[in-house]
Design a protein around this ligand. Structure first.
Ligand code: FE
Length: 202
């Protein structure tokens, strides 16, 4: 049986999205401006938020205690929370422990404090391999940890969102919170990188 390839029409994703949006709006299912509202929210969900939280924890032991005990409240204290961040748990890295986040099902992260997940985080390869061979995956992502450091992989869910609290690097004594925050990247908050003193700004 021959197959007629012309029968398969390709509709670009943008066109599909526009059509779906129009249909939902016309049916009264989705209020006008709904998508724009989310886009604006996304603009405020950036890893710099998580970096501020980490910098505060590095400089304020009371805040650090709160973060490790009740990260949801600690994040809220700095103005971060709400949808996709209703229950946040902070994972503390130590000299012998590196925490790493994954969502084996899909792509969950604590959006308000980490921002949207990177493409690689959503890939089937990361989601499956980081669980089975975490040390090797971290090495491939540029983080080569000695055997003395245990790696703990945390599988996030839609309900529980994690953020990693990295160790404050040596050589940052006397730095301002803004300086400290400048070395905490999204990858650090996921646990696949460590803050680098050489990347400091300001
Ligand atoms: Fe997910």
């Amino acid at each position: 049986m021959s197959q007629d390839s012309s029968a398969i029409s390709f509709v670009p994703a943008q066109t599909q999205a526009r059509a779906l949006r129009e249909a939902l709006e016309n049916a009264g299912v989705m209020p006008k401006g709904y998508v724009e509202q989310w886009e604006e929210t996304f603009d405020h969900w950036v890893p710099e938020n998580g970096a501020r939280i980490v910098a505060r924890a590095w400089t304020d032991s009371t805040y650090r205690d709160l973060l490790l005990r009740d990260a949801t409240s600690a994040c809220r204290e700095l103005g971060f929370g709400g949808p996709e961040g209703g229950f946040i748990v902070a994972l503390e890295n130590t000299g012998t422990l590196q925490n790493v986040i994954v969502c084996t099902l899909c792509s969950c992260t604590a959006w308000p404090v980490l921002g949207l997940p990177p493409e690689w985080y959503k890939s089937f390869e990361y989601r499956s391999r980081v669980v089975r061979e975490s040390r090797q995956v971290l090495r491939e992502l540029g983080l080569d940890l000695p055997e003395s450091v245990n790696i703990r992989v945390w599988d996030t869910t839609a309900e529980t969102r994690y953020m990693v609290l990295p160790m404050r690097p040596k050589g940052t004594e006397g730095w301002s919170e803004a300086q400290l925050a400048s070395i905490v990247t999204k990858d650090c908050l996921i646990g696949v990188a460590r803050p680098q003193v050489t990347h400091a700004k300001g």
